[in-house]
Design a protein around this ligand. Structure first.
Ligand code: ADP
Ligand code: MG
Length: 483
């Protein structure tokens, strides 16, 4: 068991671990740096496709990093085969041998190792007790429920006495009730065994309830590493805030010392960020206080009330913004309400720079292109003071500028990029891989055909996986000349 009197001791370390797939050049895991302590319960949390399984497979030895190192107890194991690593894996699909009874399923690996019968008997009995299925030796796999089968899969991994147990969405195939029970059992098992658990899930609640440490991942990158409380209370960016628990996220600006404006109101906050800084404010639904309209910092109209068991989920429209609130109060749909926030109910994140930047190609006739598509810009406006006559561009002092000597940086803001379902339209196209609602608009991540991730703001709701064309109007572009 992890013990407060012993100093933490790293068992697994990932150093600059990157995995790029050769066939499509896709980077599934990008420069991971991570330390896992002996005895810890660590969870990799993130949406489907973010690189969780790939990372686990590299730790297990089924896959190798393209670059970087994996250390076990301080030693590089990058070249060690899976069966030489003190690691066992439990997968989402139990993968039991259906033609064997429970005993033979669990004993399979030990028999391969030619362990003597008496010892195998003892070990099988012991692990069956650990997963609370004592006496199940003779049963066939088919007579077990999904939850029982998964416990057998865990027993089969534990019988090898691994130092590290890897669990890849092990409860994903179970129904909600069984999943909740198994979460508690797994956590208890971890505390009893004292071995290291590396757990993979896309379910934030599961991660928050079970883990000592959570690694939040998105798009092959680590977003934040921390204790569940820290990740919930102090999310590092809008992705983490949105993914962990429900939250309202608003674009805003610092208006004074610990004063911030968002959602149409000015609020006191606890974060000392310089005046004028663009920020994202995170407000958890349970932190919004509903008052009479005259007492609210902002007011709005109730548009929805849904009973959720212990509280109501209330949606309020305030001007162009929308706020989701959890409260035991029950205002009526259509009612005007006031909303207040305590300073500690607001979490300020410095807005990341989401400007899209690329270089334009300059053609012989000085027209501009990107991706082989035309940018509708006048070169004489881009190169200040220049004139274009008879196909020759001259600067203000009459000097000729050749197209190949021009390097033009282009930048455009997320709000100025327009999405269309016609992928032939616009400068480039891509797939929507992430979206976050920011109170009055959605912020999308679009992975372009060239593999770049662009941020696009749009007030309309698109779906994950939609293929979109990205229209970038030349009049919204900022052009700068590289020297
Ligand atoms: P997760 O477990 O978080 O859902 P994975 O680690 O399985 O994600 O996959 C991460 C990304 O890498 C996905 O986009 C997936 O399509 C891609 N990927 C995984 N394995 C391969 C492979 N062998 N070849 C090419 N791409 C792969
Ligand atoms: Mg996976």
């Amino acid at each position: 068991m992890s013990n407060s009197t012993t100093a933490p001791e790293p068992i697994i370390e990932l150093r600059n671990v990157t995995r790029r797939f050769d066939d499509n050049g896709f980077i599934a895991v990008n420069d991971f740096n991570l330390t896992i302590e002996r005895g810890e319960f660590v969870t990799f949390l993130g949406p489907s496709g973010c690189g969780k399984t790939t990372t686990l497979r590299m730790i297990a030895g089924f896959d190798r990093p393209t670059s970087g190192q994996i250390l076990l107890g301080g030693k590089d194991i990058s070249k060690l085969p899976p069966n030489k690593r003190p690691v066992n894996t439990v997968f989402q699909r139990y993968a039991l041998f259906t033609h064997m009874n429970i005993y033979d399923n669990i004993a399979f690996g030990l028999k391969l190792k030619k362990m003597d019968r008496g010892e195998i008997d003892k070990k099988v009995k012991h692990v069956l007790e650990m997963v609370d299925l004592e006496g199940f030796e003779e049963r066939s796999v088919a007579t077990l429920s999904g939850g029982q089968q998964q416990r057998i899969a865990i027993a089969r991994a534990l019988v090898n006495e691994p130092e590290i147990l890897l669990l890849d969405e092990p409860l994903g195939a179970l129904d909600l009730k069984m999943r909740k029970e198994m979460q508690i059992e797994l956590k208890a098992m971890h505390d009893q065994l004292g071995i290291t658990f590396i757990y993979v899930t896309h379910d934030q609640e599961e991660a928050l309830t079970m883990s000592d440490k959570i690694v939040v991942m998105n798009g092959g990158e680590i977003q934040q590493i921390g204790k569940p409380e820290d990740i919930y209370n102090e999310p590092k960016n809008a992705f983490v805030a949105d993914f962990i628990g429900e939250s309202n996220i608003f674009k805003g600006i610092m208006t004074g010392k610990m004063k911030v404006r968002f959602c149409g109101g000015e609020f006191e906050c606890m974060d000392d960020v310089p005046e004028g800084t663009q920020i994202d404010a995170v407000v958890r639904p349970e932190d919004v206080i509903i008052t009479e309209p005259s007492k609210g910092t902002v007011t709005g109209k109730v548009t929805g009330v849904v009973f959720k068991g212990i509280h109501y989920e209330i949606t309020v429209e305030s001007g162009k913004y929308e706020m989701v609130i959890q409260s035991t109060k029950t205002p009526k749909v259509g009612e005007e309400v006031g909303m207040c926030l305590e300073p500690d109910g607001i979490h300020i994140m410095i807005a990341e720079d989401h400007t899209t930047r690329f270089d334009a190609d300059v053609n012989e006739d000085y027209s501009l292109e990107y991706n082989g598509r035309t940018i509708d810009a006048d070169i004489t406006k881009v190169v200040k003071g220049s004139t274009l006559k008879d196909g020759v561009l001259k600067d203000s002092s009459g000097e000729t500028i050749r197209p190949e000597n021009l390097r033009i940086h282009v930048s455009i803001e997320p709000t100025d990029i327009e999405m269309t379902d016609d992928t032939e339209k616009g400068l480039t196209s891509g797939e929507i891989i992430n979206l976050i609602y920011k109170g009055d608009h959605y912020s999308y991540v679009v992975r372009t055909v060239r593999g770049h991730d662009l941020i696009v703001d749009d007030e309309y709701l698109w779906n994950l996986g939609d293929m979109v064309g990205l229209v970038m109007p030349a009049e919204k572009m900022n052009f700068t000349l590289a020297k």
